[in-house]
Design a protein around this ligand. Structure first.
Ligand code: SF4
Length: 85
């Protein structure tokens, strides 16, 4: 079942404190500029900062988020080398 913003309930990843979620467990929130990682002793949460200003977004969207109208990719890393063509 895919997760879309505005549907479902808060998600909590059942991960040990020593592991981070795999990419497919998080989906778009992993690379979205509006997400904030909230570490907890036994879980990792992805908070959607769009939820503060737009009621369509859940504070903690069910993961993985497969489609999201609010997704905006993170800007390139400062030290990331430019691709030459
Ligand atoms: S806008 Fe969408 S993709 Fe971005 S953090 Fe919120 S729920 Fe995740």
């Amino acid at each position: 079942m895919s997760n879309e913003v505005g549907l479902g309930v808060c998600a909590k990843l059942g991960l040990s404190h020593t592991s981070m979620p795999e990419p497919d467990e998080v989906g778009l929130c992993r690379t979205c500029r509006h997400s904030r990682i909230v570490p907890a002793p036994r879980s990792t949460f992805y908070l959607c900062e769009r939820s503060f200003i737009d009621p369509r977004f859940l504070k903690y969207p069910p993961l993985p988020v497969i489609r999201c109208v609010g997704f905006e990719p993170l800007p390139p890393a400062v030290n990331e080398p430019e691709t030459e063509e």
